[in-house]
Write a new protein. Structure first.
Length: 71
């Protein structure tokens, strides 16, 4: 799968979950599970409810995605 196949979107953190995962709500009301992986995990400060984040998802599984940035 290439990078052009990913779906990028912006959402708001609704719930903080264990192990660095968060529940993100998109503007259309859809909720997905977000996580920070790899070397970015060390650089990210903890999330708070209400933070706006950029989420990158695969078209095969829209229920979870990788958090690529914070707004």
């Amino acid at each position: 799968m290439s990078n052009s196949d990913t779906i990028c979107g912006e959402g708001v953190v609704v719930e903080i979950l264990p192990n660095g995962t968060v529940r993100v709500e998109m503007p259309n009301g859809y909720r997905a599970l977000g996580y920070v992986s790899g070397k970015k995990r060390a650089a990210f400060s903890p999330f708070a409810t209400g933070d706006k984040v950029m989420l990158e998802m695969t078209p095969y599984d829209l229920s979870q995605g990788r958090i690529t940035g914070r707004r």
